[in-house]
Design a protein around this ligand. Sequence first.
Ligand SMILES: [Zn+2]
Length: 68
Amino acid sequence: MKKLSLLAIIALALTLIASCSSKKAETQNEQNQAIEQYQCPMKCTEEVFDKAGKCPVCEMDLEKISNS
Ligand SMILES: [Zn+2]
């Protein structure tokens, strides 16, 4: 009986650890999407934009900045 409850506790702990680590991975993915940034390819302005568009200075298409 004692051995069985110990196994149950270990199984429960492993389940908790597994659910915790999968949640962490999801949060990291969301953060990666949130920090997607765009900047002028000519770097004529230090301004960083959070969505695609055109540079207000030279009107070139903004380039996505990769954080990887
Ligand atoms: Zn520009």
